[in-house]
Design a protein around this ligand. Structure first.
Ligand SMILES: [Fe+2]
Ligand SMILES: [Fe+2]
Length: 284
């Protein structure tokens, strides 16, 4: 099950039309001389360290996309599809890699880890561990990434509201903007699948939503405790919010595609029951 080429191209084009103008420089846009490490709390330093690990698993993530969407595919239609998608993937990969390196540079300049070599060594330990999205059906791969993009966007946004250190604040705003664009792309992709294939994609989306876990949850030592601590640093961040946002998005799709309104509402009701979500009305 893959998107018709014209549809895919439309969304990839519109992503890159924006992305090509949305640049910031990981070395120059952050003014290290304005850094005020004394304004950072220990919890905020730990949060920065944690999200650096999350962003830094990009090579594994990117490799997974390459193996799921190879150019040397079985038939030429698939190759065309995968080549088109690559225009997105490579740009997105660059942006995610910039996140990882900017956060690492921040750690270095702020003295969270003042030894650059030791910093890279710590990062590579997590990076070397195997990573898998856990799904191979394209609509599921995109749903998974959608949730992750939303989670990171919301986290950076919530954290930026309380961080007083000016350089970290600026970095968090760059990150939030990028993640929000990434989320928008994956939203368009999931919606395009519903448009193209109708209600049969709904159980696939449900499966991902119900079993969603952040990358590293099964490989990083002490993940659970660290995840709880990092969430505390960002008031208003709610780990179930990405799923709620997705459901809200599905509802909007149902409102637009009248013939799918009922199956979509049924799907949302099932997910809300299993995830024990009382309402999604409060979600923007
Ligand atoms: Fe990112
Ligand atoms: Fe992202």
């Amino acid at each position: 099950m893959q998107l018709p080429l014209a549809k895919l191209r439309l969304h990839v084009d519109s992503y890159n039309r924006l992305a090509d103008d949305s640049n910031w420089n990981r070395f120059k846009s952050l003014h290290w001389e304005e850094l005020r490490p004394d304004l950072l709390t220990q919890g905020q330093k730990d949060a920065v360290e944690f999200v650096t690990y999350v962003e830094d698993h990009l090579p594994g993530y990117f490799a997974e996309y390459q193996s799921l969407f190879p150019i040397e595919a079985e038939d030429i239609t698939q190759s065309l599809h995968n080549r088109e998608l690559f225009h997105f993937t490579v740009r997105w990969g660059l942006e995610e890699d910039r996140h990882a390196q900017a956060l690492a540079l921040y750690q270095y300049h702020a003295g969270i880890e003042p030894d650059r070599d030791r910093l890279e060594e710590k990062l590579i330990i997590e990076n070397r561990k195997p990573f898998s999205i856990g799904f191979s059906n394209p609509v599921q791969v995109f749903t998974y990434t959608l949730l992750q993009e939303k989670a990171t966007q919301l986290y950076y946004q919530s954290l930026s509201r309380v961080v007083e250190e000016p350089v970290l604040n600026r970095l968090l705003i760059f990150l939030t903007k990028d993640e929000s664009r990434h989320f928008g792309f994956f939203c368009n992709m999931v919606e395009a699948f519903i448009e193209a294939y109708g209600e049969k994609v709904l159980p696939l989306i449900e499966e991902v939503t119900l079993h969603y876990k952040m990358p590293l949850h099964n490989t990083m030592q002490d993940y659970r405790r660290r995840a709880i601590l990092m969430a505390r640093e960002a008031p208003g961040y709610d780990r179930i919010l990405p799923q709620k946002v997705l459901m809200r998005q599905l509802r909007r799709t149902g409102e637009r595609l009248a013939e799918l309104a009922r199956p979509i509402e049924e799907s949302i009701a099932r997910m809300m029951a299993i995830l024990r979500i009382p309402t999604i009305e409060d979600v923007a």
